[in-house]
Write a protein that binds this ligand. Sequence first.
Ligand code: HEC
Ligand code: HEC
Ligand code: HEC
Length: 454
Amino acid sequence: MHLTRVARWSVRAACLAAVMLVSACNDSTTPKPPEPGQPPQPKTSMVPSLVTSAMAADAPAAASATAAATTPATTPAAPSELIARGKYLTRAADCAACHTSADGAPFAGGVPLKSPFGTFYGTNITPDKTNGIGGWTAEEFYRALHDGVAPDKALYPAMPYTSYRQMTRADSDAIYAYLMSVKPAAVPNRKHDLSFPYNVRMAMRAWDWMFLKDTLPDAAKGQSADWLRGRYLANALGHCAECHTPRGTFGQLDKAKPLGGAALARIAAPDLTPEALAARGWTVKDLQTFFGTGIAPQGSAFGEMYPVVHLSTQYLTPDDLRSLSTYLLGDAPPAPKPLPESPDTSKLMAGRNMYLAVCAGCHAADGTGKPHVAVSMLGNSTVRQKDPRNLIVTILDGVEAQKFPGLEAMQDMPGFDKRLTDAQISELTNYLRVAYGGQAGDVNSEIVKQLRQK
Ligand code: HEC
Ligand code: HEC
Ligand code: HEC
């Protein structure tokens, strides 16, 4: 999971570099001293120009913060109810993904988020006064989620406030109440290990000013209560767009292609628009099963999607699972596309033999999978993707052993990068695409070669 975050950040690296340049070029003459009230700045000559762009950035951010603060709070809940609701929302927003490390106390931070320009570490968000956020008010906490600003610094968008910005004040307060109820952990924050110029925090305000928006665009249409709730679950809490929406030149979410899929990691986050989901056979019911259990007739959650299910969506109520799925497919979901009846694989015998020799032991000779061993290849959404990338990468890298909610667990799938040549993998891929995926057998060995781990 951490490895794949690397690629996601590479785009942001480019963005940051560009933002720095823009700021530097716009104001390359006399450096102005920071205005009073600005946090102390790191000692670099580039800083003053960045502070200037941050000043401009403050205006719109402050205005929208005021607007949001006037949203009426819901009826006050008893503390224990509030904390329970906060726990549910904390899971729905998957705060643990970045703030709870594999071997650390809950929310004590330390999760490494690697990037080409250094490593970020999720911070300690327990109520510890020295190391965590024990000294923060609910207002300051809301500003971190909504504006990406901590009392003493601007946050990096490694913290997905681009999405959390849409969270209601009431939900932010519930999450705050829950986090204040967890055990304080005296774990100091690890310093992010970033190189210049990415270690200059104020550049973030320039990025925010250009790209931090109040709403995210939708891929599907709807207006039912379910759809609206699903929109909130997906955009404000689940931050699905952070992975599934492609990014533009500056690392910003591309507004023209909401949930259009993004190949920023080794396993790409697929296109989740209604047409693309239906073309891979998804229905509202099957999506519910996928988010609730990690396994559906269309396959299992793996790569960066596995922790999303494991830490977050599996805890959603049945109503919320249905809403999330309804949001994706829309109030009038397109019909799932059937697979071709009898695909012609007569020219793909080499690929078929390869499948029988190395894959069928787990995925079955007819491609329908084996219970508790491996998922079906027939109609598998990874095989049905037009872009062969995830299929090829899975064959090269394999899949780690994963536990699914309930009793289901599967062993690992070995990687075949050492055992099969580029030509063999392209033949195999073409057979799977045609026989089980309704796709063209148009993969050549050059594509495989490019996807091999360097
Ligand atoms: C994708 C990873 C990711 C997720 C998900 C995430 N965070 Fe963060 N968060 C970070 C990183 C990285 C930082 C440090 C950013 C920085 O130093 O600028 C951070 C910083 C923070 C801070 C500021 C802490 C400080 O000491 O300055 C708070 C508060 C916070 N996160 C709360 C949350 C909450 C609440 C959630 C869930 C609603 C959440 N985060 C989800 C990555 C994440
Ligand atoms: C030892 C058993 C085993 C073998 C051999 C095996 N797989 Fe898998 N495969 C699995 C398991 C288990 C999963 C699901 C892993 C998970 O999500 O936890 C999987 C997942 C996949 C996936 C991802 C789709 C999804 O929905 O999870 C693809 C694609 C795939 N296998 C293709 C192949 C191909 C092609 C071969 C032959 C080169 C192969 N597998 C060989 C066990 C195996
Ligand atoms: C950290 C990155 C990340 C986040 C956040 C994320 N996803 Fe994913 N998602 C992926 C990746 C990578 C895959 C491809 C692997 C797979 O199919 O399991 C995927 C796969 C999926 C699939 C299966 C698509 C198919 O046809 O196989 C669905 C549906 C999905 N995500 C929905 C969501 C929703 C809804 C959210 C928000 C609640 C979300 N994802 C959040 C990375 C992410």
